[in-house]
Ligand binder design. Structure first.
Ligand code: AMP
Length: 147
């Protein structure tokens, strides 16, 4: 079965264009990182390429290098920022897999021993909590330059 084409009215495209707000953590020429508003754990972030693609299945190979560099950088910063025991990285393709927003993104979630993930697209987090967590990661990034 073929997949639907990219729709530039998806919510992440609107965030990338600055049409709706987000708790932004990091940006560079290729990628944008912001807090997930329905976190599956404290510090849950989304790493999004600026280039349009629906998901990993239709993405151009040239975007993957810069995208995965940012995923790794954010995963390392998340571990430091929250003193996490580990980090989960997840990515869904098409509704059957759990994808709900159709612009490619990677979930980066700090993990703590014995603490299961909250449900996917569950409860909305308070804006002040999202803002505080975004600031923690920005500080962790500032404290350690990329390598
Ligand atoms: P997925 O199911 O992999 O497509 O993930 C989409 C994610 O986007 C979910 O974890 C949602 O909680 C999250 N989400 C939906 N709308 C927003 C938004 N406006 N800002 C930040 N995160 C969002």
């Amino acid at each position: 079965m073929s997949t639907a084409p990219y729709d530039d009215q998806n919510i992440f495209a609107k965030i990338l264009r600055g049409e709706i707000p987000s708790h932004q953590v990091y940006t560079d020429a290729d990628t944008v990182v912001f807090m997930d508003v329905m976190p599956q754990g404290p510090g849950h972030m989304l790493v999004v390429p600026r280039a349009p693609s629906r998901n990993l299945l239709d993405a151009g190979a040239e975007i993957l290098g810069p995208l995965m560099r940012t995923v790794q950088r954010i995963a390392r910063a998340a571990k430091r920022a929250f003193a996490a025991d580990g980090v989960t990285v997840m990515q869904f393709n098409e509704p059957a897999s759990g994808q709900t927003v159709f612009h490619l993104h990677f979930h980066v979630i700090p993990r703590f021993e014995g603490q299961p993930l909250e449900p996917h697209s569950g409860a909305m987090e308070k804006p002040e909590v999202l803002a505080a967590n975004a600031e923690k990661v920005r500080q962790a990034l500032a404290a350690e330059p990329p390598h």
